[in-house]
Ligand binder design. Sequence first.
Ligand code: AMP
Length: 403
Amino acid sequence: MAEDGGAVGLANGEAGSPSDTVQETSWPEDDEVFMTERLSPTVMATFRPGNVEELYELLEKLGSGHFGVVKRCRKRSSGTFYAAKFVKMRKCKGSRLGLDREQVEREVSILQQLEHPNILRLHDLFASKAEMVLILELIRGGELFDFIAEKETLTEAEAIEFLQQLLQGVAYMHGRHVAHFDLKPENIMLLEKDVPNPKIKIIDFGLAQKLEDGVTFKSLCGTPQYIAPEVINYEPLSSATDMWSIGVITYILLSGMSPFQGETDAETLSNVVAGNYEFEEKFFSETTDMAKDFIRQLLVKEPGSRMSAAESLVHPWIKPLSRKQATNRSRSSINMKNFRKFNARRKWKLSYNMVSACNRLCRLKLLCGQRKEDETLRGCESDQEDETTHPVTLLRRRRSSCS
Ligand code: AMP
């Protein structure tokens, strides 16, 4: 079976030295706030001190990630429901238990800069030494791919309604010089699902970056199936890197096949670098030529020649120029049988990864717990494990798609 495709990270992003700019914040006037002492490279994040439970009633668990749980909560003053995401802070440098404060601050500062109907909103923030609590917009509709998989049929025109929303969110963030760098089905959710026109929400800005003019950003982060060749080649990344991922997502959405998927992550990565993919007639018999053209313009090796989000929004497949083009989209359908198979395999792999990640964390916790005094002296036991681990394994351990 092919390896999982969880998000990976080999190294922290490498950037030049962007100037510090202070971001305006929009926190409630009545509450005392304080600025964190350490600044993320570009923006200052603002956190509430104190206990989240004074202002929010914590309700049932919605899910759990690598670094803590997510619970439904209700704001005591207004009665509005949100999702409270608890993120554990790393206790020791190099430990794999928890996240660096700076990492969370970067995600937070990016979320604070984005205000768009198709992007998850950050409502409030609490911080203590041991954890941070992000109060997020509550997403009730689950993943877009799960929603689609439950349908009997779906025309291209219906699929485009979702893609268009995704592109609008991405065009907005790119317009603000933010790149997501981890676009994949798990990060495309629906605000509500039992409504006439479900609204897309892009989530998980854990790998997102603010792109600075004249500053080169390189990183080996992402999820093998969805990452662009420039990531693997450790070349400069840009907003075009996200557009490659949208090409892959569209390919899967229409056919239920993943264009570069190999038997192993290494094979997948080598397929991506080679740019080898084709539209196999068996899976694309119902697909319009316009849809294939749309994908071809995104799966372009040279990032500078790839279609941008703004250009994608006016591609004739998304915005038809003639009645004939519009009719073709409504007559063509996506390969539902194969799409359901793809989605079932994807969910299975995610569950498998989650169980493996939990097992690893339990082992690490035991190790760190046993050697607590050592930890403060020289970091966690896991440091030693990292040194002898093969890089590809190490990548996946740092951050998986279930985090
Ligand atoms: P995360 O740690 O962000 O990957 O979240 C773990 C799980 O919690 C996700 O897979 C979702 O099931 C759930 N979750 C995270 N954020 C939200 C949200 N804003 N609204 C509803 N559920 C969420």
